[in-house]
Design a protein around this ligand. Structure first.
Ligand code: ATP
Length: 923
């Protein structure tokens, strides 16, 4: 067998092992062991089997994509127009229309390709990671480096990255990506069913599914395209993203305008024939030009690209958006439901104080001096035992949950042994932390030859389970009602300072007995004391909250923490004012839907404390039902329903689980609240920019239609002020580049000082059309006509004088149409500057702040010069070189158009200011 075929056979054998053979045989088959692969062997296999990723089928599909661009319905309409002008004998116009179609298709194709790339590139920002055992040690690696034979660790919240046979432990997995069934199923190393179909085998888990609970280890038997998911991916084409609401809306409007254009073109023929005495052939050609010039076929691709540009910019600012359409939803978000720990705060907790009923120590400035108090020493020992974190040196390299790290740091400051090996040796059983119980317990051997149950958790969960407390000498005494009240008062005093408070308790159990059921174990406890920790607000949060307020965005904090801690933190960052309204979410279960609805109604900012994932879901649903657009953060497995139910589910890139990331629309790579606000800002910006270039594109309709209208109404006395080919050249040459540049406009001042856009508001509003068609468009058309007649009259023309080929005035006529052509272009340059802002003055954003636009205009001018001075184009478009004094006449055009709009915006701003200050508008 040759080397190549041997390698091939080996790939086959690893890709297709018999996963239901006994574990040891399977391991033998995969040339691996329970200690995992060595790093060197893993590297070798990576070379042999390739990275663990899905390859898309086909690769080059661009001929098909390009074909789609030239056959979409608006393009088909233009094909009909081209065919029509060909049929009546105007080959030039037919070719020009085909050119319009092809150029637009190319532009659209390039833009969509870029949009697609932008979304695909996002995956690279956040590579999925997996925990594997290599060289006998757990290590976190990039999931693409997984190879067959790797031993992987699967925990709650993890996305499974390869096909795995479980060797120990049991997990619940959500296999909906493979089976469509969203109810999690149990997969366990202990179960085998030789007859089951591979996907149903109870000891196998597959790439693409997620672990919703439990913990297990297993061996990878297939990676990349050899996984079950890979097979599905090989079979199916990638799913195309559905058009966003914005795109759907714009498509509708584009069609509406296309119909208006058709109607106009059809109406033009009889008017031209009977009114202006034009031949049928010529009037059909003009009608075709009118149609081709006014069908807004370039609009949609520009919008797609604008969204993609925003997605890319967001990624750089720490927010990965999974769908293009999310960008527009962000722009209308009016409520942010955020959790506290890690989003508003740093999630870097530092021990603050420890307290027992008889002693207290402040840990903020280090270890307490003097003899250690016996009650504090017992508290510290419990804190070290009931813990899963590990401390590094000098505050670096800590691992584990930040709350537990802080607890362990407190234990170390109080002199306890915090060595993880000692802890593991002593631990007999662990009752894991459950957010609903707000408790965690461990069963440990010793001290004093006994087994001890150590419990920690939220004070109101621990205290009711306690019957005794420690006396000053460390003995147990009864916990009286007064003592309970004292503890509660102390907890509230700490919480009021914004500290997170954990209570500790323990109980002795007979040694060597099997661990009792949890409910039985966590009773009759002896209260040991409290450990508090400080988690300061993240830098920048206060400012981000203030920005939300000026932007009319309401913040609701939903946290698992104590109501008073939550309130104090809310106050520190500015949510809810000086006295934030706090709702204890545990009471939510007793509230009627109506009551909760009332609590949420209005503009009040709220803090939901001691909340649960169910409460989150409930709050998201009610807010949406009230018509709000809700962004909701979450990090745990149980948060997934709430993340899906919100308009924008926001997951944490660093601390969150894969499940939450999967369920969300946006992932924050830095976990920070400020990134949510930045994303909303970007959402508003892109929506504004889309509106800007819509106004720009629509504005050129008037100067395109007016020359034909003047001609038709002139009843034969006025020659056509613009030829059809000039119109088409204007259409292709001026529309695309500046509108692309406008999609990159920097943010307009005031974007974050106005209320969110109502999500029902259409993207194209009446006032925008008035501004485009009746204001900017009319000014450009008037200037264009003025130029046309000025040249014509100066050349000796009078109404009705012949201007056709061979006539005396023909050259003058050609110069006049050239003037009208250049007049339109000059006017549109003014329009481009005018639409750069919707309300603000151009000065406030700076004339040169969008270099893309300046470049686009430069390109447009070069193109216009070529149309007028390059001989081949000159003869095709029937243009004529203009004398300098005519060109000078064009110079003020852009300034007039822009200046008029600047004045209009100034008046508008003055009126708004007057209305806001309560006085009647002066103008
Ligand atoms: P937020 O919702 O603001 O992010 P959180 O996610 O930390 O807060 P949970 O993890 O649900 O909230 O914790 C709720 C409560 O459970 C905490 O206030 C604390 O009292 C307790 N708790 C948190 N972690 C542990 C732990 N590891 N062991 C015991 N109790 C814990």
């Amino acid at each position: 067998m040759s080397d190549a075929s041997e390698a091939q056979a080996s790939v086959q054998s690893l890709a297709e092992p018999v996963p239901d053979e006994p574990p040891d045989l399977l391991l033998h088959h995969l040339h691996t062991s329970r200690r995992g692969l060595s790093a060197r062997e893993a590297a070798r296999r990576l070379l042999q089997y390739g990275p663990n990723e899905l390859r898309r089928r086909g690769g080059r599909r661009w001929p098909g994509e390009l074909a789609r661009q030239v056959t979409h319905p608006l393009a088909l309409l233009l094909w009909v127009a081209a065919a029509l002008s060909y049929a009546v004998g105007s080959r030039n116009v037919a070719i020009a229309v085909v050119l319009v179609i092809v150029l637009n298709a190319l532009f659209a194709f390039v833009q969509e390709l870029q949009a697609e790339r932008a979304v695909e590139a996002l995956a690279r920002y956040l590579p999925p990671h997996v925990t594997v055992v290599r060289d006998g040690e757990p290590a976190v690696i990039d999931a693409r480096q997984l190879v067959p034979g790797d031993m992987v660790v699967i925990e709650e919240g993890v996305r499974i990255a390869a096909d795995v046979r479980l060797l120990s432990g049991a997990v619940d997995v959500d296999m909906s990506t493979l089976t469509g069934e969203s109810v999690p199923v149990l997969r366990s190393a202990e179960l085998t069913d030789l007859r089951a179909h591979r996907l149903d085998a109870p000891d196998l888990v597959f790439s693409g599914s997620t672990c919703t609970g439990g913990e297990a280890r297993g061996v990878v038997f297939a990676t990349g395209m050899h996984t079950q998911l890979g097979r599905i991916a090989a079979l199916s084409e990638r799913v195309k993203e559905r058009p966003s609401p914005l795109e759907a809306q714009v498509r509708r409007v584009a069609w509406l305008i296309a119909f208006i254009a058709i109607a106009m073109a059809i109406a033009f023929v009889p008017i031209a024939v009977f009114g202006a005495g034009l031949s049928i052939r010529n009037s059909v050609v003009f009608a075709v030009g009118l149609l081709a010039g006014n069908v807004p076929e370039g609009l949609l691709p520009v919008i797609t690209l604008a969204l993609a540009v925003a997605v890319r910019a967001l990624a750089r600012r720490g927010a990965l958006v999974k769908r293009l359409s999310a960008v527009e939803t962000l722009g209308s978000t009016d409520v942010i439901c955020t959790d506290k720990t890690g989003t508003l705060t740093e999630n870097h907790m530092r021990p603050a104080t420890t307290w027992t009923t008889t002693a207290q120590a402040d840990l903020r400035s280090g270890a307490p001096s003097g003899e250690p108090d016996p009650t504090l020493a017992i508290l510290a020992a419990a804190a070290a035992a009931c813990n899963n974190a590990a401390l590094g040196t000098n505050g670096h390299g800590d691992t584990g949950d930040p709350t537990e790290v802080a607890v362990l740091a407190a234990a170390r400051l109080l002199g306890a042994d915090v060595d993880p090996d000692t802890r593991t040796r002593r631990r007999r059983h662990a009752y894991v932390f459950e957010p609903q119980r707000k408790l965690m317990s461990t069963l440990d051997t010793g001290p004093a030859d006994r087994d001890w149950l150590h419990t920690k958790g939220a004070p109101e969960a621990v205290l009711p389970r306690c019957e005794t407390r420690l006396a000053p000498d460390g003995e147990q005494v009864a916990l009286t009602e007064e003592e309970r009240i004292r503890v509660t008062v102390q907890v509230e005093a700490f919480a009021n300072q914004g500290l997170r408070v954990l209570a500790f308790a323990r109980r002795a159990l007979p040694p060597g007995q099997p661990p009792p059921p949890r409910e039985e174990a966590e009773t009759e406890l002896c209260f040991l004391g409290l450990v508090t920790m400080l988690d300061p607000p993240r830098p920048g949060t206060v400012e981000a909250v203030a920005r939300c307020h000026t932007a009319g965005i309401r913040i609701i904090v939903i946290t698992g923490d104590h109501p008073l801690t939550a309130k104090a933190v809310a106050r520190q960052v500015g949510v809810g004012g000086d006295q934030p309204t706090v709702v204890n979410a545990q009471a939510l279960g007793h509230l009627h839907e109506k009551q909760l609805d009332d609590v949420l109604a209005g503009e009040r900012e709220l803090v939901f404390a001691r909340s649960s994932p169910e409460a989150k879901l409930h709050i998201a649903e009610l807010l949406r039902a009230q018509g709000h657009v809700v962004a909701m953060t979450g990090d745990g497995v149980n948060d997934a329903p709430a993340l899906r139910s919100a308009d924008i589910g926001v997951a944490m890139g660093r601390s969150g689980t894969d499940v939450a990331r999967e369920a969300s629309t946006m992932i924050l790579t830095d976990d920070s609240f400020t990134s949510i606000v930045a994303a909303i800002e970007a959402g508003r910006q892109v929506y504004d920019n889309v509106r800007k270039f819509i106004v720009y594109i629509f504005a050129h309709a008037t100067p395109e239609v007016v020359p034909f209208l003047v001609f038709a109404l002139g009843g034969g006395a006025v020659p056509l002020p613009l030829t059809v080919l000039q119109l088409l050249a204007f259409d292709v040459g001026t529309e695309t580049l500046p509108s692309l540049a406008l999609s990159r406009e920097p943010m307009e001042p005031g974007t974050m000082t106005r209320p969110p856009r109502p999500h029902t508001e259409p993207v194209i509003r009446g006032p925008m059309l008035v501004r485009a068609w009746l204001f900017l468009g009319v000014i450009v058309a008037a200037l264009q006509m003025a130029g046309f007649f000025a040249v014509l009259i100066a050349g000796g023309w009078h109404p009705g004088a012949p201007v056709g080929p061979g006539s005396e005035l023909h050259h003058v006529y050609q110069q006049a149409t050239t003037m009208s052509f250049l007049g339109m272009i000059a006017g549109q340059i003014g329009t481009a500057f005018a639409v750069r802002t919707q309300h603000a003055s151009l000065r406030s954003i700076g004339i040169t702040s969008n270099p893309h636009l300046l470049a686009a205009i430069a390109a447009e001018l070069v193109l216009a010069a070529a149309c007028v001075y390059a001989p081949p184009l000159q003869s095709l478009l029937e243009t004529a070189a203009l004398p300098a004094h005519n060109l000078v006449l064009l110079l003020p055009y852009p300034v007039i158009v822009w200046g008029a709009d600047e004045l209009r915006r100034w008046l508008m701003r003055r009126r708004t200011a007057a209305t806001e200050s309560g006085t009647a508008p002066a103008a």
